[in-house]
Design a binder for this molecule. Structure first.
Ligand SMILES: Cc1cc2nc3c(=O)[nH]c(=O)nc-3n(C[C@H](O)[C@H](O)[C@H](O)COP(=O)(O)O)c2cc1C
Length: 166
């Protein structure tokens, strides 16, 4: 199948997760790993799986990611499935009460990204996932790249159950 993985990243953490996800799919599938600025209609034409990843900034995806998802052209694809992920801080385990309060109300980048894609009628495989950084600029917490590979493996298994996907 043809897999498009698009990411945005300020400090490199989301890009790293995207690379680990791509590595899993590359074993059996055609993978297009693109920065959000490179996403284009041509690459989407044959896509069967679209995975988007963004850092969570102010409880939301980056502006460029929101714009790219809203502009995503999906009309031609009969069997396009989606999955999204973000990178984030472990706010629930922080001591900052206001952050916990806001996190409960506003959530993370992946929530918004999933909403945008579902509004476009893209069915989701394995929901969404968040990968943790230790400090506001990273690095990723230990074990998160392995968790990304496991998540990608689950998506791949679900996609391959689908009779339309080879
Ligand atoms: C200005 C700024 C705002 C941020 N806002 C949030 C936030 O609302 N929630 C959260 O969990 N992490 C937040 N973070 C941490 C980012 O999620 C973290 O920088 C990101 O995961 C790193 O990914 P990147 O290296 O791909 O940019 C923020 C970081 C910065 C610098």
């Amino acid at each position: 199948m043809s897999v498009v993985i698009v990411y945005d990243s300020v400090f490199g953490n989301t890009e790293k997760i995207a690379e680990f996800i791509a590595e899993v799919f590359r074993q059996k599938h055609e993978v297009h790993l693109l920065h959000v600025s490179e996403l284009n209609a041509d690459v989407m034409k044959n896509a069967e799986l679209f995975i988007a990843g963004s850092p969570t900034r102010a409880f939301a995806p980056t502006k460029n990611m929101v714009k790219a998802l809203k502009n995503l052209k999906t009309n031609d694809q009969k069997h396009l499935y989606g999955a999204v992920f973000d990178t984030r801080m472990d706010i629930q385990n922080s001591n900052i009460k206001i952050l916990k309060f806001l996190e409960k109300r506003k959530g993370y980048a992946a929530d918004t990204m999933e909403k945008i894609l579902k509004e476009k009628g893209i069915p989701f495989i394995c929901g969404h996932e968040g990968f943790f950084v230790t400090e506001s600029e990273g690095p990723l917490m230990e074990g998160e790249t392995q968790r990304a590979k496991t998540w990608a493996g689950k998506i791949e298994a679900e996609m391959c159950k689908n009779e339309f996907i080879e």
